[in-house]
Design a protein around this ligand. Structure first.
Ligand SMILES: Cc1cc2nc3c(=O)[nH]c(=O)nc-3n(C[C@H](O)[C@H](O)[C@H](O)COP(=O)(O)OP(=O)(O)OC[C@H]3O[C@@H](n4cnc5c(N)ncnc54)[C@H](O)[C@@H]3O)c2cc1C
Length: 196
């Protein structure tokens, strides 16, 4: 595959928005996503603070917003302790959000390679010069670029395969990285909408 200025791995919120900004700035961008572009959505929470939306240089269409929040109420497991965290935000329709953001990246000129799975970085002369990609037909291909952005989320498909002596190659400690989720599962969070 031809040379790109930037390869972005992963079309989640981070990768799609980075691709949009870079393509808009005139760079030749390849956005590589292992899922089909109509099937990208995160299955986790959908609440986002209003300040994130305000900082974006493009405005999302109104149909991505499902509900308005005015804060969150955090309860201990036995409900005896409650913390109220005030702050405006939205609940997003993550499927529509993802489709809109990938579409914006594509309209800005980014080349979208969905159903393409990155297997790991290509390292030459001590630098990342591209990524190896598994294509939908089962063959593999090398994509090359001046810069590779790993936006593959917790999978960290590029970052986690860098030489251990590079400072960016630190691996998660599974025990501690899972701890916050474990604790969170014992916390009940209720998001406050204006009518609640
Ligand atoms: C239980 C839970 C609840 C959460 N709730 C909220 C919430 O309410 N509000 C909030 O703001 N955040 C929430 N988060 C955090 C939020 O999900 C992440 O911060 C956010 O999804 C990170 O976005 P991202 O674009 O970096 O990665 P991701 O959304 O993970 O996107 C990564 C993309 O990379 C693709 N990919 C992965 N590997 C490869 C590969 N090898 N080749 C090609 N593509 C690949 C994936 O398919 C995916 O599309 C929650 C997280 C969890 C775990």
């Amino acid at each position: 595959m031809g040379n790109f200025d930037v390869i972005v791995v992963g079309a989640g919120t981070a990768g799609s928005y980075a691709s949009y900004l870079l393509a808009k700035a005139g760079l030749n961008v390849a956005l590589i996503e292992m899922k089909g572009k109509d099937r990208v959505f995160k299955t986790t929470g959908d609440a986002i603070g209003i300040h994130h939306i305000e900082r974006m240089t493009i405005k999302p269409p109104s149909d991505v917003f499902m509900i308005k929040y005015e804060g969150a109420e955090l309860f201990s497991p036995d409900l005896s302790i409650k913390y109220v965290v005030l702050g405006k935000g939205f609940g997003l329709d993550m499927a529509k959000w993802a489709r809109w953001l990938i579409g914006e990246a594509e309209r800005a000129g980014a080349h979208i390679f969905d159903n393409h799975k990155v297997q790991g970085p290509i390292i030459e002369s001590g630098m990342v010069s591209g990524v190896r990609v598994l294509k939908p037909d089962g063959s593999t291909e090398e994509f090359r670029a001046k810069v590779v952005i790993d936006a593959s989320g917790v999978g960290a498909v590029v970052r986690s395969r860098l030489p251990r002596e590079w400072w960016v190659s630190e691996h998660y400690c599974l025990r501690t990285s899972r701890m916050p989720i474990g604790r969170l599962s014992r916390l009940i969070m209720i998001l406050r909408s204006p009518n609640s």
